[in-house]
Write a protein that binds this ligand. Structure first.
Ligand SMILES: [Ca+2]
Length: 120
C-alpha cells in the first residue's frame, strides 16, 4: 500500500498549480504530497507518502534508514490534513499537520509510527 518516492514526478505534475502558489519545499528530496524528515525544520533525510500508512516499520528514508520513531518534522500539500500518531494503526498521541508546504516540527519527536488523513 505504501509508495515511497515511487511516483514523485507524477505527483508533482498532478499537484500542478497548487504547488507553484505555495512556498518552496524545504527539502528537494521529497516531492510527494506528504513528506517526513529525520530532522526538525525539514532537515536531514526525507521520505514521501502518496497514501496513508498504518505502520512505518517497513518505510525507509531516502538514505535507506528506517522511518519509524525517527520523524522530527513533516510537511504536506494536500487538502486533507494528515494526522501523525505515536503508535501504529493510528493509536497513541496524534498531531494534525497544517498543509502549507512548510515543514512543521513533530510535537512527539522521534515517536511517530503511522498517519491517516483528517476528514473535515
Ligand atoms: Ca508502512
Amino acid at each position: 500500500m505504501k509508495r515511497l518516492l515511487s511516483v514523485a514526478a507524477v505527483a508533482f505534475v498532478l499537484a500542478g498549480g497548487a504547488v507553484t502558489a505555495m512556498a518552496v519545499p524545504a527539502s528537494a528530496a521529497c516531492t510527494d504530497r506528504v513528506c517526513v524528515y529525520e530532522r526538525t525544520g525539514g532537515g536531514g533525510t526525507a521520505a514521501g507518502f502518496t497514501t496513508a500508512d498504518n505502520n512505518f516499520s517497513n518505510n525507509r528514508f531516502v538514505d535507506g534508514t528506517n522511518v519509524n520513531d525517527r520523524i522530527s518534522s513533516m510537511s504536506c500539500t494536500t487538502t486533507r490534513r494528515p494526522i501523525f500518531y505515536t503508535d501504529s494503526y493510528w493509536r497513541g498521541q496524534g498531531q494534525r499537520v497544517f498543509c502549507d508546504g512548510r515543514p512543521e516540527n513533530a510535537v512527539w519527536d522521534n515517536q511517530f509510527s503511522s498517519f491517516y488523513y483528517a476528514i473535515d
